[in-house]
Design a protein around this ligand. Sequence first.
Ligand SMILES: Nc1ncnc2c1ncn2[C@@H]1O[C@H](COP(=O)(O)OP(=O)(O)OP(=O)(O)O)[C@@H](O)[C@H]1O
Ligand SMILES: [Mg+2]
Length: 494
Amino acid sequence: MAKYVGAIDQGTTSTRFVVVDEDGSFVAVSQMEHNQILPQPGWVEHDANQIWANTQAVITDALDKAGLGAGDLSGIGITNQRETTVLWNRRSGQPVANAIVWQDTRTADLAKRLSDERGVDWFRDRTGLPPATYFAGPKIRWLLDRDPSIVKLAESGDLAFGTIDSWIAWKLTGRHVTDVTNASRTMLMNIETLEWDEELCNAVGVPMSVLPEIVPSIGEIGPCSGVLEGTTLATILGDQHAALVGQAAFDSGGTKATYGTGAFLVTNTGPHIVHSTAGLLTTVAYQIAGEPAMYALEGSVAVAGSAVQWLRDNLQMISSAPEVQTVAETVPDNGDVYFVPAFSGLFAPHWRADARGVFTGLTRFSNRGHFARAVLEATAYQTRDLVAAMEADTGDRLSELRVDGGMVANSLLMQFMADMLQMDVVLPVNVETTVLGAAFGAGLASGVWSSTDAIASHWSEDVRYRPLITRGESDALYTGWEKALDRSLGWVTD
Ligand SMILES: Nc1ncnc2c1ncn2[C@@H]1O[C@H](COP(=O)(O)OP(=O)(O)OP(=O)(O)O)[C@@H](O)[C@H]1O
Ligand SMILES: [Mg+2]
């Protein structure tokens, strides 16, 4: 009998459910977008109830399309936008506020205070992370500081915190859990012990009673009820960690870059913790139950594809994301126009909450083609910064880059990426590696695949972009980026 697994991909912009067969092929997909709630500049929220409603809807729809029932799935996995913070009432099951999304910068003052009080290295040593608006712990603290009724709920033991994985797992199984990869993005988990750390929780100001139980990423978590009654939750992986698994980067040195809402370069460092001195994050790559955790270095860039959405929705310069390429192709080069998409400040490797977006180098000659090109090129320049940091931290030179995510459909960007990095850029046949990674995890845990090698045999190369300009030409373009980057800094002042 054929074997199937299912995977929920709860992303920043949409929620997907995919049914995958034992060849690693997609049998059915269903997807729904949810609202981006933007109450003021720098704030981004989601409605956790809407996300749960959409999750159930896409599960039901994909199973219908596949002609399968939940009981036909050997197991399911969850992969999710990370850091986005939900607090809910354990009794009523209701969120106590909108979820604060990872891109939200409202905790800038708090992050600065934590850095000043303890020092950045105090946090880096324990968590692998520098204090930043990005992470979940300060978002919990912000909600507690804002609303005494939430503090009261915490004191009575009825308040639960979870990142989105935890929220969905609780809805599906009734267990209040999160996996090590998601927990490694809170600033509350000790990166060595893989447990919540009392000292960290005190420093950030989060009561430990609200925290979920930390479980391995790949391994049986519990039976599902409701729309998935009949199957088992067998994997939870943060989206970038799932993409690493989906790219079959199981060996130390295995690297992938994902281009969706943001851009994320992740290198597997095996069972070793590598502390970054170049502005990268140390994070858990994944953990298979009963085995030691694998670690990774990560370069996170907040804005990549979302800048294309911004061209579409805010500037109305294009009517669809792919159209950005058509517009960019109306000009032969960037015309010396550069764009730094520091909408949420700058993440890796700069970590500058005071930066904001800029277009630079404008002249009377500049036109929309240059704007479109500058927006696309920004993703490649940012990747070059990340690759440089990665090479500095690991001491190894990358030979080629495996890429995935929605933006890799853009051939102009992928060619420019190869040019800027001066290395081959490789697309796999299935570029939906995030959801695929969660499915692989669920299949590994439920016996559909016997080993990571069996999973790796399903990875195959599709397109390869090779550099078409010289290193000198690439460096000359990059110099403009460095100048533009400098212009973006220090915009936000007290
Ligand atoms: N042809 C294209 N050229 C440039 N950007 C594109 C193109 N097609 C899609 N995108 C961008 O890719 C992003 C969608 O990619 P993907 O679906 O991988 O996102 P995602 O990060 O997984 O989303 P989520 O954050 O919801 O998980 C959007 O931001 C969109 O603007
Ligand atoms: Mg995604």
